[in-house]
Design a protein around this ligand. Structure first.
Ligand code: SF4
Length: 287
């Protein structure tokens, strides 16, 4: 897959996510990890994961895929969103000045490590994998050859080209559906929720297993109206079989003025989901 388009005089356009950054020679995109080097898109964090762990698959969260298995999970620096509540902001929003000190872990290394850790899958997670798609994809095809599954934990802001390409190697996704309000989404994450809704519909129609997570944040997306809009969209545009994880927020990063989400609010969200016809609604972060 070609991840960029040539424009003119060495300027290129990145086609990984819908920000579609226009990059002059040596410029770096909004995610801070994709750059124009000699007229080509270079993913600066390729083979430089900053977080690597073996996790239970339920932690992604995926409750209806490879149940009870372990997944080899990795993430890099950078993100294409600027969520004010980010719980991984130390890696997602940090600069990449210390990149050369991070040990190199090639796609072959990742696959071998996953196999020797008795994992049955590899998860691209912790930060947004779309921004390190060239690295994830290189790992993913090798993993597939060795019988490992590939899991994308994402904010769903890929271009349609990337979604199409994911169908070749990704087996399961958990996508964040952060809110339903266009203005709030723009203000608090720097993105367009309509792109995420479009991609969710594309994924639901594909063979990729899909689950959805909404972090329920007080006075941001916890009104009955907004939770009902989200549940209604999942039920009617994606399917009542698509699992919905409603997770409790805790104050973090730039959103420290709000309280933790109460259990009652999470139960209210679950009830709303069930009333809209969703068969699988799960609480997260409340026990
Ligand atoms: S992946 Fe990065 S450089 Fe590419 S369009 Fe998105 S924010 Fe811009």
């Amino acid at each position: 897959m070609k991840y960029f388009a040539e424009i003119e005089n060495g300027t290129i356009q990145c086609l990984l996510c819908e920000h579609k950054c226009i990059l002059k020679e040596n410029a770096i995109g909004k995610c801070r990890v994709n750059s124009n080097v000699d007229g080509k898109l270079v993913c600066l964090v390729h083979s430089k994961p900053i977080a690597v762990h073996v996790d239970p698959i339920e932690k992604k969260p995926l409750f209806h895929f490879e149940k009870g298995s372990k997944t080899y999970s990795l993430g890099t620096y950078g993100c294409n969103f600027k969520c004010q509540w980010c719980q991984n902001y130390q890696i997602s929003q940090s600069d990449i000045s210390g990149l050369e000190r991070i040990p190199t872990i090639t796609p072959d290394d990742v696959v071998n490590n996953a196999l020797s850790s008795n994992c049955t899958s590899i998860s691209y997670t912790y930060n947004e994998p779309t921004i390190f798609y060239p690295y994830a994809r290189d790992i993913g095809f090798l993993a597939k050859e060795k019988g490992l599954k590939n899991i994308f934990v994402s904010n769903g802001f890929q271009t349609e080209e990337v979604i199409e390409d994911m169908k070749l190697w990704v087996d399961a996704c958990n996508i964040d559906l952060k809110c339903f309000n266009v203005k709030n989404c723009k203000m608090f994450t720097g993105s367009d929720i309509n792109v995420v809704l479009r991609n969710l519909k594309l994924l639901a129609k594909s063979d990729i297993h899909l689950e959805i997570t909404t972090l329920v944040i007080p006075d941001f997306n916890d009104s009955k109206k907004e939770l009902k809009q989200i549940a209604d969209f999942i039920a009617n545009s994606l399917g009542t079989d698509v699992p919905w994880h409603v997770s409790a927020f805790h104050p973090d990063y730039k959103m420290t003025d709000k309280t933790r989400t109460s259990k009652e609010t999470i139960f209210k969200a679950m009830e709303i989901g069930e009333k809209q016809g969703l068969k699988y609604v799960y609480p997260g972060n409340i026990w």
